[in-house]
Design a protein around this ligand. Structure first.
Ligand SMILES: Cc1cc2nc3c(=O)[nH]c(=O)nc-3n(C[C@H](O)[C@H](O)[C@H](O)COP(=O)(O)OP(=O)(O)OC[C@H]3O[C@@H](n4cnc5c(N)ncnc54)[C@H](O)[C@@H]3O)c2cc1C
Length: 556
């Protein structure tokens, strides 16, 4: 433990971290803790199977996390065929009229992104969660316990006592952990037990998703392979049909049903027939009625207990941000827990988790509310499905309106929302006062402004700048005449803060990072930058390791 810290002592004979919930966010937190070589126990009441493909789209940032955990290639192989186009198509039905097509090339045909070593991927949850699970199961510091339910917990002086039930044997047990993280989804027990409320728009609509298998469907229609079919009738946008595996699995979501609709009264057959436009043979593995919500918790934890993922934010999937935002929570919290458990994280480091991640949660939910409300504005027209001059005119009008609204963009949410979030207001980021892009900027512009994700550039064969970051801090040095950073190195060593110095002799990357020295955190976000060594190395190191929480520091 670093000198001068007054952190609560760790519980004896306890796993440092207990994660409640083995959905994608709990698994991602286990992956990050495993990556940081921290012992943890994950309890999940289910058996690890994933009955419904909810999430389908992984963002660029999520794929960068997968690269960090060395599972990006496995994710790319799971799910969607490399050669299928990923078009987004507006139709009256699969066999009806095509209204508008936003083209999106197959992964095999895509050019490399200039701003990332990875790119977004279609990998629905029935494929993604098992990749995460398989990876986490093999990590030596992670213990997985399925069919185990967390019933309650009590905060003790130096630990959390957690009561569990083994759902196979019915036996109860209590284990103690230094930290508890609730990745237990919407309305999870842990948030409620902490008395933390949600805020936001609340329920946006009642929806039903039907997961079905139809091996012959692809040969029955003339639209070709596409990732997403948006269904429009005379009332407007009523449903979304997503191809899950580019072969035989599909998910149909009806956007708005009566609030009291339940599985037994929902007419699956007529809903599927309406989407396809004809009878066809299928089987239905599962039907999921769900509430589309826009909510963010008022706090991301208390004391030794933290919350992540759907437990703290729910958003309409129209922006495809819910799980992806949760994975960002997991990485932010994961490195901070590791730093504190390893003894170099400051007393206040864990408090910065909510301060950094809640604004991202709020922005994700706001964007998702926006994209949901925008889809409700899509108007069909009484004749839109008819073979008539009036029908033809309404279809043309629909396409023109849509193009004007989307400006031809295939994604309703900007890369700036998904990748450009910046922790510049965080008390553990040392701001240099540089202004960020306007909030509504669409294009993502890589930036090494403190708080931003450090920019990508290739530094070798399949080796990105991003691959330098993960364990401890990295101080990047640019330019022909290196600036002496000896005081910073000494202070870091005195506080046991892992710090690696990496010199980059590449003028293009130097221009991208804009300063001679750039200090990058374990999560790949810039903590500080300058052209000279910091005037007060001690203060800088103590700020970025979370010894203090105060006003954002400027110009060390
Ligand atoms: C139709 C649909 C489409 C979606 N599309 C996207 C998309 O394209 N992109 C995207 O990012 N997101 C999408 N989402 C959202 C995404 O599915 C969720 O954000 C994500 O599943 C949340 O993961 P989580 O791990 O936080 O919670 P969950 O997946 O809800 O997992 C919580 C886990 O905790 C377990 N648990 C709860 N209580 C206990 C307890 N007491 N003890 C032990 N275990 C417990 C539960 O069994 C569960 O396994 C979509 C959602 C829907 C409904």
């Amino acid at each position: 433990m670093a000198d001068g810290d007054e952190r609560l002592g760790a519980a004896k004979n306890a796993p440092p971290v207990l994660i409640c919930g083995g959905g994608p966010v709990g698994l991602a937190l286990a992956a990050e803790l495993g990556f940081q070589r921290i012992d943890c126990v994950l309890v999940e009441q289910g058996d690890g199977s994933v009955p419904v493909p909810k999430m389908s789209q992984l963002t660029t940032r999520t794929m960068e996390f997968c690269r960090r955990w060395n599972i990006a290639d496995r994710v790319k192989r799971a799910g969607w065929p490399e050669n299928h186009p990923c078009d987004f198509v507006y139709v009256t039905s699969l066999m009806g009229y095509e209204l508008y097509r936003q083209k999106s090339p197959s992964y095999a045909q895509r050019a490399e992104l200039s701003h990332s070593p990875e790119g977004p991927r279609h990998c629905p949850q029935i494929f993604f969660d098992p990749v995460l699970l398989e990876h986490v199961s093999a990590l030596p510091t992670v213990t997985l316990r399925h069919r185990t339910r967390l019933d309650s917990f009590v905060e003790e002086t130096d630990a959390i006592a957690v009561q569990l039930t083994d759902l196979e044997s019915g036996k109860f047990e209590t284990i103690r952990a230094s930290y508890l993280v609730g990745c237990d989804g919407f309305d999870g027990h842990i948030r409620k037990a902490l008395g933390i409320e949600y805020a936001g728009e609340g329920i946006l609509s009642f929806s039903v998703s039907v997961f079905f298998r139809a091996p012959e469907l692809s040969s029955k229609h003339d639209k070709g392979w596409a990732r997403f079919f948006r269904l429009i009738d005379s009332s407007g946008h009523w449903g979304d049909l997503v191809s899950i595996d580019g072969r035989e699995l599909w998910r149909l979501t009806e956007l708005r049903v009566n609030s009291d609709a339940d599985v037994s009264s929902f007419d699956v057959e007529s809903c599927l027939r309406k989407a396809v436009g004809a009878d066809f043979s299928y089987e239905v593995p599962s039907v999921l009625p769900w509430r589309r919500r826009g909510l963010v918790a008022r706090s991301y934890g208390r004391g030794r207990v933290f919350l992540a993922g759907d437990a703290v934010h729910q958003s309409s999937p129209t922006s495809g941000l819910g799980m992806n935002t949760g994975l960002g929570d997991a990485v932010d919290l994961g490195w901070k827990l590791a730093a504190v458990i390893d003894g170099w994280g400051g007393d206040r480091l864990l408090e910065s988790y909510g301060l950094e991640r809640m604004p991202v949660g709020i922005a994700s939910v706001a964007d998702s509310d926006r994209t949901y409300h925008e889809t409700t504005l899509l108007r069909g027209g009484s004749a839109i499905s008819q073979c008539s001059a009036e029908g033809e005119s309404q279809r043309r009008q629909f396409a023109e309106d849509l193009f004007a609204r989307t400006q031809g963009r295939s994604d309703p949410t900007s890369e700036n929302v998904k990748l450009g979030y910046c922790y510049d207001k965080s008390p553990i980021i040392w701001s240099d006062g540089t202004a960020g892009p306007p909030e509504d900027a669409w294009d993502f512009v890589p930036s090494a402004r403190p708080g931003s994700r450090a920019p990508h550039a290739w530094i070798g064969e399949n080796r990105s700048m991003l691959d330098l970051f993960g364990h401890g801090f990295v101080l990047l040095g640019f330019g022909a005449s290196p600036v002496s950073v000896e005081p910073l190195v000494q202070v870091a060593a005195a506080r046991a803060v892992p710090l690696q110095i990496v010199d980059i002799a590449n003028p293009d990357i130097e221009r991208l990072y804009e300063r001679k020295l750039v200090l990058v955190r374990p999560d790949g976000h810039v903590a500080w930058r300058g052209d000279e060594a910091p005037a007060d190395a001690q203060l800088l190191i103590d700020v970025v390791r979370g010894k203090f929480l105060g006003e954002t520091k400027q110009n060390a």
